[in-house]
Ligand binder design. Structure first.
Ligand code: SF4
Length: 155
């Protein structure tokens, strides 16, 4: 009986093989006009109002998600929370909701209407996790605008 020899790739060789196969698949699909990459992402996630992130935004994500919910930034926020009638959950709620999983950018932007940038900058100063709260607010506003533009284009 003839022995069949198997070549088994593992580690980096396997990773390179898988990447190479994927690259060839994508190039073949593109050559035949099949949607790939960013256009495919937009087609898949656009209806869920999930915009893609830029490389710069991606590099900020680990810092955005550093909040460990200590509540320190919520000290003194009771009045703003009350006035917002549910739109503003406090700074901690804003940070957690905007930096985990798939944020609702529209809701986060609505929350930001109840707290000004100077307050956010002051909260950032006292945050023990050094969460860049002001940058997170800019990110959320930019994404809410992007989502709005997609909605306008779809209408
Ligand atoms: S102070 Fe910083 S770590 Fe604490 S809840 Fe606020 S954002 Fe999170």
């Amino acid at each position: 009986m003839q022995k069949v020899r198997k070549i088994v790739a593992s580690g980096r060789a396997l990773a390179a093989l898988v990447l190479g196969i994927s690259l060839v698949k994508v190039l073949v699909k593109r050559a035949f006009g099949v949607l790939t990459g960013l256009p495919l992402f937009l087609q898949n996630y656009g209806p869920d109002r999930l915009p893609p992130v830029t490389p710069d935004e991606r590099s900020m994500m680990p810092k955005f998600s550093g909040c460990f919910a200590c509540g320190r930034c919520d000290v003194g926020e009771a009045e703003r929370i009350r006035k917002s009638r549910g739109a503003f959950p406090g700074v901690m709620g804003f940070v957690l909701a905007s930096s985990r999983s798939m944020p609702d950018y529209d809701a986060a932007e609505r929350a930001l209407a109840f707290v000004d940038d100077a307050v956010l900058a002051a909260k950032e100063e006292i945050c023990p996790a050094h969460v860049p709260i002001s940058a997170l607010a800019r990110f959320v506003r930019a994404k809410a605008e992007e989502v709005g533009q997609v909605r306008v284009r779809q209408a």
